[in-house]
Design a protein around this ligand. Structure first.
Ligand SMILES: Cc1cc2nc3c(=O)[nH]c(=O)nc-3n(C[C@H](O)[C@H](O)[C@H](O)COP(=O)(O)OP(=O)(O)OC[C@H]3O[C@@H](n4cnc5c(N)ncnc54)[C@H](O)[C@@H]3O)c2cc1C
Length: 327
């Protein structure tokens, strides 16, 4: 994916395990492009590396801060109301980017949205005496834990019988999803002798894939696979079908009726399988990067999002190495 996505990949392995092949030099275009590369990494050490990266970049952080509602003047967003340890507060903004993963803020602003349906998947980290023995023998800490997956794969195989599919955009859905996952996980763990296994991490959030996404100025669909899109801000590869790719038009990040609201990540405007292609981590990083660039340009130039020259966003993306077109 290049750009910020590539930066994040390298941050993920900066302080922890790294099994990225040497061929991936940091300049992926030099690597053997017939192969797909993967690396193990430590999510906890990645978090610490991210802290360093963000503070080093001058980002002002506010932990445990929840955005509740946008402050709207008809279809223009003046800012957002937040709740945190200090209490309730308001941040005014020229442009707001919704990176909630669920388009919560844009939905509450009135932007048309579409909900998905989700199978139950619940992935925890588990250690057993066997995995620990293996780590000691191999002198490799990676061997000390493994994924313990409860429920379904991507395609619905393993989804608990009788359980309805959940959208993930209500408190009841989130609660049912997490509690059902935990219950099944505990049932699975009860099989093993208590002294011989433990969980090193529960999921940090409800593991929904496609919850809610906006209806944008453009809707990316399966028909766009392999197509040239003039305002592309990056190229997404289809993780399940090697060789297939989608250019990502700037217009999937906003709805034309709302002049200063953007989204990024798994809530961009994409339908069908194209939604699955755009919701994954590297693509979320790329749409996040483009949304940030678009917001900055719009604020600096005093130009509404729908009238922003996509070429300016593309120039910025190109400078960080992002590939805009495949054809
Ligand atoms: C089981 C499972 C396996 C997956 N496997 C892979 C994989 O192997 N590779 C891959 O690339 N992708 C994978 N994905 C997909 C990927 O994890 C997500 O789609 C991706 O993280 C989406 O990124 P995002 O930033 O849009 O949203 P999220 O990662 O959901 O981030 C949104 C963040 O916003 C915060 N937030 C939400 N609402 C508010 C609010 N109101 N105020 C403040 N903060 C808020 C949330 O707490 C969260 O931290 C998987 C997903 C699932 C469920």
């Amino acid at each position: 994916m290049f750009g910020v996505a590539d930066e994040l990949l390298h941050l993920a392995i900066q302080y922890g395990p790294n099994t990225l092949p040497d061929a991936w030099t940091g300049n992926p275009s030099l690597a053997d492009t017939d192969k797909r590369f993967a690396t193990y990494f430590s999510p906890t050490l990645f978090s610490l590396a991210l802290d360093e990266w963000l503070t080093g970049s001058g980002v002002k952080l506010l932990l445990d801060t929840w955005v509740s509602v946008p402050v709207m003047a008809t279809r223009h967003c003046k800012g957002v109301i937040v709740e945190n340890k200090t209490g309730r507060g308001c941040y005014l903004a020229k442009v707001v980017i919704d990176a909630t993963g669920d388009a919560d803020i844009l939905y509450r602003a009135g932007v048309p949205c579409i909900c998905g349906k989700n199978y139950l998947t619940f992935i925890a980290y588990a250690s057993t005496v066997e995995t620990c023995e293996s780590a000691v023998q191999s002198r490799n800490i990676l061997q000390s834990r493994r994924w313990l997956t409860i429920g379904s794969d991507l395609w619905g195989n393993g989804h608990p019988k009788q359980m309805r599919l959940l959208t993930g955009v209500t408190a009841e859905d989130v609660t049912e999803y997490v509690m059902q996952g935990r219950k099944l996980l505990l049932e699975r763990l009860k099989i093993d002798p208590p002294a011989q296994r433990d969980l090193s991490a529960l999921p940090g959030m409800a593991q929904f894939r496609t919850t809610r996404r906006i209806v944008g100025a453009y809707e990316l669909t399966d028909a766009d696979e392999g197509s040239h899109l003039e305002d592309s801000i990056g190229v997404a590869v289809d993780f399940a079908h090697p060789g297939r790719w989608y250019e990502l038009p700037y217009r999937i990040l906003y709805n034309t009726d709302y002049d200063n609201l953007l989204t990024a990540g798994r809530s961009v405007s994409a339908a069908g399988w194209a939604w699955d292609v755009t919701r994954v981590i590297p693509v979320s990083a790329t749409t996040g990067q483009a949304a940030g660039v678009a917001a900055a340009l719009s604020a600096r130039q005093n130009v509404v999002l729908g009238e922003l020259d996509a070429k300016l966003i593309q120039d910025e993306m190109l400078q960080s190495g992002v590939k805009l077109h495949m054809s």
